[in-house]
Design a protein. Structure first.
Length: 171
């Protein structure tokens, strides 16, 4: 009986040691540049991968760029207080996982006729609250742009005005 109890305890310990710690970060998007953009971008980290999901509203119908910017500062009316794209590895701007791109390149999302848009991305080159400054997204900002990212123009994709901004904060 003691052996069975010991096996149960050891099994329970093994399961608890393999259970992944989930980390969550969030950016509440507020309007910039005279827009009415709002929304939430949620980041969830499990097993070394970060899943990003953005739910936005108040956009003009059509295609809009979304990026991570270097500073978690959305204090200016035009969102420029967030600085340029987050690019800790000094790579060229480009399209997500197609050739060369940098850590802040997320891509484009499509707003429907009501101005609503969602996008999901999964990354193993981001982390939430880790000690690696080249991967840690906390303290940076999400910027939503008025226009489309062309994936070519350096350093930012010629996506136009910043219409939404939110600081990425760990929950």
């Amino acid at each position: 009986m003691k052996k069975i109890s010991l096996l149960i305890v050891l099994f329970a310990i093994a399961i608890s040691c393999t259970k992944s710690e989930e980390k969550i970060a969030e950016a509440t998007i507020s309007a910039k540049s005279g827009s009415s953009v709002s929304g939430i971008v949620t980041f969830t980290q499990v097993d070394g991968k970060v899943m990003m999901k953005a739910d936005l509203k108040g956009l003009t119908p059509g295609t809009h760029a979304i990026h991570i910017h270097e500073k978690g500062d959305c204090s200016s009316d035009d969102g420029k207080s967030a600085g340029g794209h987050w690019n800790p590895t000094q790579d060229n701007h480009g399209e997500w996982k197609h050739g060369e791109f940098h850590s802040g390149d997320i891509g484009n999302l499509e707003a429907d006729e009501n101005g609503n848009a969602t996008i999901e991305k999964e990354s193993d080159f981001w982390c939430i609250g880790c000690e690696d400054d080249a991967k840690n997204i906390v303290g940076h900002a999400i910027i939503v742009h008025a226009g489309t990212d062309d994936f070519k123009s350096q350093p930012s994709g010629a996506a136009g005005a910043r219409v939404g901004c939110g600081e990425i904060m760990e929950k």
